[in-house]
Design a protein around this ligand. Structure first.
Ligand code: C5P
Length: 218
């Protein structure tokens, strides 16, 4: 059939991953977690003890690293140089460093090119990130921008990670600020994105709304 691309952007804790995976399953589509790709490069940067202020060295790691990215919405696995890193990329070290790595323009250029290849190879795909509707797939069939109150996002993240809510809130605020103020492809709402606030809406309700919107575009 025809290609179908759904772009899902928004800050951390907005429900992006859960919602994107559910929509991909409902559509029988592939799923691409672009945040996992930035996290995987960050894992390699930390593994190689690269200084986070050294953009050239960070870019060199991104260039050399072999990423393998699964696109199954029920179990998306990622590996770095042949080693599975699904758990490692969610840890505090990577989470702390990922905004610095993802701000390096050469890293973005490499990963955006790879993301576009994966999208082109997949007939139907739901892609989640920060710059999907604006940069990676500006021609997407549906663009969704998910938001939620900062306190609710921190509550969701700390229950996922069993960490303290105040520390999580501070980390989210720091990452939101870095991700939305960086020069290269900052987190931004596409003009033609549908904005959904998930603070009060349940996950199931958001998924249903998106499915109704998709019925119209397919
Ligand atoms: O979505 P997730 O929270 O896993 O993303 C981790 C980080 O990767 C973000 O904080 C951001 O710095 C970066 N990112 C990005 N562009 C994307 C997806 C993620 O810069 N498309």
């Amino acid at each position: 059939g025809r290609q179908l691309v759904v772009a899902v952007d928004g800050p951390s804790g907005s429900g992006k991953s859960t919602i994107s995976r559910r929509v991909a399953q409902a559509l029988n589509a592939r799923y691409l977690d672009t945040g996992a790709m930035y996290r995987a490069v960050t894992y390699a940067v930390l593994r190689d003890n690269v200084d986070l202020r050294d953009a050239d060295k960070i870019a060199a790691v991104a260039e050399d690293v072999q990423l393998s990215i699964g696109t199954d919405p029920t179990s998306p696995h990622i590996s770095v140089d042949g080693i599975g890193v699904d758990r490692e990329i969610r840890g505090p070290e990577v989470t702390q460093a990922v905004s610095a790595v993802s701000a390096v323009p050469a890293v973005r250029a490499l990963l955006v090119a790879r993301q576009r290849e994966i999208i082109a190879e997949s007939g139907r795909i739901v892609v989640e990130g920060r710059d999907i509707g604006t940069v990676v797939a500006p021609g997407a069939d549906l663009k969704v921008y998910l938001t939620a109150d900062a306190a609710e996002r921190a509550r969701r993240r700390s229950s996922e990670n069993a960490t303290n809510q105040a520390a999580t809130a501070a980390d989210l605020a720091r990452r939101d600020r870095l991700d939305s103020t960086r020069a290269a492809d900052p987190l931004r709402q596409a003009e033609d994105a549908v904005v959904l606030d998930t603070t009060e809406l349940g996950i199931g309700e958001v998924v249903e709304r998106l499915q109704r919107m998709l019925d119209k575009v397919t």
